[in-house]
Each structure stands twice: as structure tokens, then as C-alpha cells.
Design a protein around this ligand. Structure first.
Ligand code: SF4
Length: 257
């Protein structure tokens, strides 16, 4: 027997897990845009719809990062189950037909008056945590804004379509629960319910881009933030002027080999 490959085995496990997760997500979403893409470049969604074969897979390291987030989410869910909130919902898939969007929220708690408390869990390294969740973050920080849009999207879908199903009158509070991977600090950062309206406006703009088969040019939502291109799985093939990672001719040469 050769020496056991512990890290290789873990990475293989995560790859298989990711495949199953993607299959489940594709079945649930039935072609809808994902709430987690909210507040990001809408051309990414255009690529996923019209040229999915160009998407680069997630790196092994990124899959490990996602898994750590999943594990914290599982723990928090168990804690909330123990805390015994009678009307607690977790990981439910919700959608809106009109805007063609859907996604699974992390946590919704509803009180006896029908007020909803909506939360999303996020893990972050020290640098990102300080900017997004730290007590001394700048008052006007836009770091992690797409997380706020994501919550706003869930809030929008819930208020519009799921009042009766959940006995929900309105979303009273939205917040991100940030977990610092370096120090294990946890902080709750409230998100204005105004993001419900902002998210609706974002999706109305994004829908115009995604519904048009012609490759989108630079616009209000392409890219949406300075960070979008850096972390984009299509940045090797996208020739948007804001994208510094475009491989252009090099990439085309690779593809014709
Ligand atoms: S590289 Fe930039 S502009 Fe192109 S799809 Fe990705 S985020 Fe959007």
C-alpha cells in the first residue's frame, strides 16, 4: 500500500459532495436565478444560462472554505432547534415566478404576531470579518453588500408569496450572523429592511440582462461591484473592460488545441 493520502481523500469527498449539492440545486431551481447571486454582476448569470460550459470549477481550497461555512451553519441550526422557537424554519427553498428567482434561506423565526426574523450565516477570515462584521467597521461600509441583497431577496420573496404558508405578516428584522474563522468571534449585524426594495430593483435590472441572449455589455449591473470580476468563475473568458483576468487570445488558443 502507498502512503495514505488524507488530504486527497478529503478533497475527493468535497468534490463528490459538491456534485450532489449542484444536482439538488439544479432540481430545486428549475432554471431560476439564484438569490445568492443578488447584488453581483448579472453577466455571470447570463453565462450560466447561455454558456455554462465556460464556467471554471471551484478550486479545492474554495470547496474547503464552503464546507467550513456549512459546518458552522449545521451547528447554528442545531443550537436554534435546542432553543425551541416553535415557528422556526431553516434551509427552505422559496421562489418568485415573476422575477424568476429562488433560493434557500438559512433561518426564519416567526413570532405569535406573525412578525418574521430572517437571518443568514456567513463565515469570514479576519480581514473580511473586520470590514463586514467587526464592531469598528466603517459606518458607511459596503463590504458584504451582496449578502444584504441576498437577505433582501429572501425577504422580498417571503413577503410577496409566502405570507399564508408561514403565517407571516411582515419581515420585522433581517440580520447577518458573522463568524470569524480566525478568532471564533460571532457578531450579529442588522440589515435594513430597505434591502427588500433594493433587491427587487436589482432583480428587475438583472432580469433584463439575463433574458436577452445577446452578450451583455458594461451596464448598471455588469459588473455590479469592483470585486465581482476578481472572484468570477468566468473571468478567463469575459472581455468586459473591468475584468483584469481576461485571458483573451491565450484562452482561445487553449480551446482550439
Ligand atoms: S468577469 Fe466581471 S464582467 Fe465578466 S461576468 Fe465575471 S464579473 Fe461579470
Amino acid at each position: 500500500m502507498s502512503k495514505p493520502d488524507i488530504i486527497g481523500a478529503y478533497d475527493y469527498y468535497l468534490e463528490q459532495k459538491n456534485k450532489v449539492h449542484n444536482q439538488l440545486r439544479d432540481t430545486q431551481s428549475a432554471g431560476r436565478m439564484s438569490a445568492s447571486s443578488s447584488g453581483q454582476c448579472s453577466k455571470k448569470m447570463w453565462y450560466k444560462k447561455y454558456k455554462p460550459e465556460l464556467e471554471e470549477p471551484f478550486s479545492k481550497q474554495l470547496l474547503r472554505v464552503f464546507q467550513l461555512g456549512n459546518l458552522i451553519g449545521i451547528d447554528l441550526d442545531a443550537a436554534l432547534t435546542l432553543a425551541d422557537y416553535p415557528r422556526k424554519y431553516a434551509e427552505d427553498y422559496i421562489f418568485d415566478r415573476e422575477l424568476n428567482i429562488g433560493g434557500s434561506f438559512d433561518l426564519l423565526i416567526i413570532d405569535e404576531e406573525g412578525k418574521g426574523y430572517l437571518y443568514d450565516y456567513k463565515t469570514a477570515n479576519q480581514w473580511a470579518w473586520t470590514k463586514t462584521f467587526g464592531k469598528r467597521r466603517p459606518i458607511d461600509t459596503t463590504s458584504g453588500d451582496h449578502y444584504r441583497f441576498q437577505l433582501g431577496t429572501y425577504g422580498y420573496i417571503l413577503e410577496k408569496n409566502y405570507g399564508k404558508q408561514y403565517g407571516l405578516r411582515n419581515i420585522e428584522e433581517m440580520a447577518l450572523i458573522g463568524y470569524n474563522k480566525n478568532t471564533s468571534q460571532i457578531n450579529k449585524v442588522e440589515v435594513s429592511t430597505q434591502y427588500i426594495l433594493f433587491a427587487e430593483r436589482y432583480w428587475q435590472e438583472a432580469q433584463k440582462i439575463v433574458d436577452n441572449p445577446i452578450e451583455p455589455q458594461q451596464s448598471k449591473t455588469v459588473p455590479y461591484t469592483d470585486w465581482d470580476c476578481k472572484l468570477c468563475n468566468f473571468n478567463k473568458v469575459c472581455d468586459n473592460p473591468a475584468n483584469a483576468n481576461y485571458e483573451g487570445v491565450i484562452h482561445e488558443t487553449k480551446n482550439t488545441k
